[in-house]
Design a protein around this ligand. Structure first.
Ligand SMILES: [Zn+2]
Length: 67
């Protein structure tokens, strides 16, 4: 369970919609590329085909984390 992001954020490809959605990445294996998912998703809100998928890193890991 180390390495890749556990969650992804999917943005609608239509800038007028700009809908975003957080999805769980656990259901996909390590060999699934983000570019594959971008083609796979359709916006839930406007039905636009084509999305922008980015890894969503846990916010707790951001910061100093030095203690
Ligand atoms: Zn949309």
């Amino acid at each position: 369970m180390s390495g890749g992001p556990r969650r992804l954020i999917v943005y609608c490809g239509d800038y007028k919609c700009a809908h975003s959605e957080v999805i769980d990445a656990d259901r996909w294996g390590d060999d699934v590329r983000l570019s594959d998912l971008e083609r796979k998703f359709t916006c839930q809100l406007c039905g636009h085909r084509g999305t922008d998928v980015r890894p969503l890193f846990e916010q707790a890991r951001i910061g100093t984390g030095g203690r």
